[in-house]
Design a protein around this ligand. Structure first.
Ligand code: FAD
Length: 501
């Protein structure tokens, strides 16, 4: 196959990849971005780019015949998931033996499907997780830069107190306060000005129209509207879609050679391509980058990778659960899909948990308070690559550490409010805690272990990791602000030290 080359190639188009693409483009370096998902810019027959959670169609999930939403049932009925046809949809659920991982697919990666919560971690916990990183510089320069570029904003507290769309949050806040727990507002990349217009009936509903995990048609500042739009604006960045990078090798002249498969909308491989570049940036996310590196080591093309590649993986302690409220504590039929509040018990050294108050927007009163708890679970796992593809040695016992921590916190909340858990949400009646999936895959190519202190892959030059695989398994809050800020730090350093002529 003919080799197409560019000075720099970026694999993927999520947070880490988008930062790399923009900063390379601004530095005048011609850059090619290779993304396995599609570009989400054309409307379907319903006039919309994305489908909502109430009526999912082929656009919802990555090559599935049935949706696989995190909430399997409601009142024990299998009403949540729907049959769909095979298509490169926007949300993927990658199943390992005891853990499944949700990831976004498309130009913008996870930013297309996530809950927009833009949280900066506690400085002391960041320092604990990244002991070799200059935290003063991170909090003085790179976190503010990331937040500004991502378009982070906060909800107007007066509107929050008055709108029916956040009644579910206020009810959960009251129950936390009754328990003596602290709650905090969570910043977002969803435009709250737009959301207020949705509520007023002057803008098309998106967050208020049950759109989130299968994409938002309006209101959300996903990466295609921020970093990637700016990257394309430099004139130096090109994005190829529906192309999956399958291997990396090094040519004798020191340049990188990539193999890639281009697929059509049925998933069939229609072309095998080869690319060449001088600088290679990996932004395929924790799963994508780990798979690519391990696969290349397995096939013998990257033999010098550090032994720690694949290690240090964790699900950010994720556990989802629901509580059943008293009949008088209605959560509201109308709920915004964008969470804006968390219960912050991270300072509790015996059981650190940060729990987001999550919506369950069904359009009906259901008395459920739903939460996504982030726990300080110290357990870690390792990826490996073999004939069966990528595997992960995370176990159910390791998940039980997360749900055990969540249970400790929510047992207190239930006891203070005389409430109980909901048993009907996660498939089987005995399941109260969904600790077998994560929205926050972190690690596999940990900063300072598999890479140097700036994301340069050990054993090779001009090969960089810029995504969530750098984060050692847990960061205590939703991770995309951290991933973005670390990528900004890497790019600032690399563009000064590595790419000067
Ligand atoms: P990603 O954003 O995962 O991007 C990787 C991209 O690379 C993808 O587009 C993928 O298709 C592509 N790719 C992978 N491998 C290859 C390959 N070999 N070739 C070509 N392309 C490839 N985080 C928050 O901070 N706040 C939230 O509110 C929040 N809510 C979430 C809700 C959901 C439903 C999900 C799934 C995640 C949520 N997250 C949230 C997590 C957040 O989205 C991720 O942490 C973040 O997207 C990870 O960024 P990344 O740069 O590591 O990679």
């Amino acid at each position: 196959a003919a080799v197409e080359s560019a000075p720099a190639i970026v694999v993927g188009s999520g947070y880490g990849a988008s930062v790399a693409a923009l900063r390379l483009g601004q530095a005048g370096i011609r850059t090619l971005v290779l993304e396995m998902g599609r570009l989400w810019n054309t409307a379907g027959s319903d006039g919309k780019v994305f489908c909502n959670t109430a009526n999912p169609d082929q656009r919802s999930m990555w090559f599935r015949t049935r949706t696989e939403a995190p909430l399997a049932t409601f009142l024990w009925l299998d009403v949540v998931n729907k049959d769909i046809s095979l298509y490169p949809g926007v949300l993927d659920r990658v199943r390992f033996s005891d853990m499944s991982v949700f990831v976004g697919r498309g130009v913008g990666g996870g930013s297309l499907v996530n809950g927009s919560m833009a949280v900066t971690p506690l400085q002391s916990y960041f320092a604990e997780q990244f002991p070799t990183v200059d935290t003063a510089e991170m909090y003085g320069t790179y976190f503010p830069r990331a937040r500004a570029m991502l378009g982070v904003n906060t909800i107007d507290p007066a509107w929050f107190e008055s709108t029916e769309w956040y009644r579910f949050s206020r009810v959960s806040r009251k129950h936390a306060q009754n328990t003596g727990l602290k709650t905090t507002f969570v910043p977002s990349v969803y435009d709250f000005g737009y959301m207020q217009r949705e509520a007023a009936g002057t803008a098309t509903k998106s967050a208020l129209g049950q759109e989130v995990i299968y994409g938002n048609n309006f209101g959300k500042k996903s990466l295609d509207k921020t970093y990637l739009a700016s990257a394309l604006g430099t004139g130096n960045v090109t994005i190829h879609t529906l192309e999956k990078v399958t291997g990396i090798s090094r040519a004798s002249d020191g340049t990188w050679v990539l193999s890639a498969e281009r697929i059509d909308h049925s998933g069939a491989v229609v072309e095998t391509k080869q690319y060449g570049c001088t600088y290679l940036f990996l932004g395929g996310g924790s799963l994508g980058t780990s798979e690519l590196l391990l696969r290349s080591r397995q096939s013998g093309t990257l033999p010098a990778l550090d032994a720690s590649v694949g290690a240090g993986w964790g699900p950010n302690g994720n556990t989802m659960l629901g509580r059943a409220n008293h009949l008088w504590d209605t959560v509201g039929a109308n709920q915004s899909t964008m969470p804006v509040m968390g219960i912050d018990d991270w300072a509790n050294a015996d059981n650190p948990v940060f729990a987001e108050i999550a919506p369950l927007p069904t359009g009906l009163e259901h008395w459920v308070s739903l939460y996504l708890a982030i726990t300080k679970n110290p357990q870690r796992a390792r990826f490996s690559y073999g004939s069966g593809g990528l595997s992960l040695d995370w176990s159910a016992a390791q998940s039980a550490v997360s749900s055990g921590m969540a249970k400790k916190l929510f047992d207190r909340i239930n006891s203070a409010n005389s409430t109980i858990y909901r048993y009907d949400l996660f498939g089987t009646p005995s399941r109260v805690f969904a600790d077998d999936f994560t929205y926050h895959p972190l690690g596999g190519c940990v900063l300072g272990k598999a890479t140097d202190n700036y994301g340069r892959v050990k054993g090779y030059s001009r090969l960089y990791v810029t995504d969530g695989s750098l984060v050692p398994g847990n960061i205590g809050v939703n991770p995309f602000v951290t991933i973005t800020a670390l990528a900004e730090r890497t790019m600032a350093r690399v563009l000064v030290e590595d790419t000067a002529p």
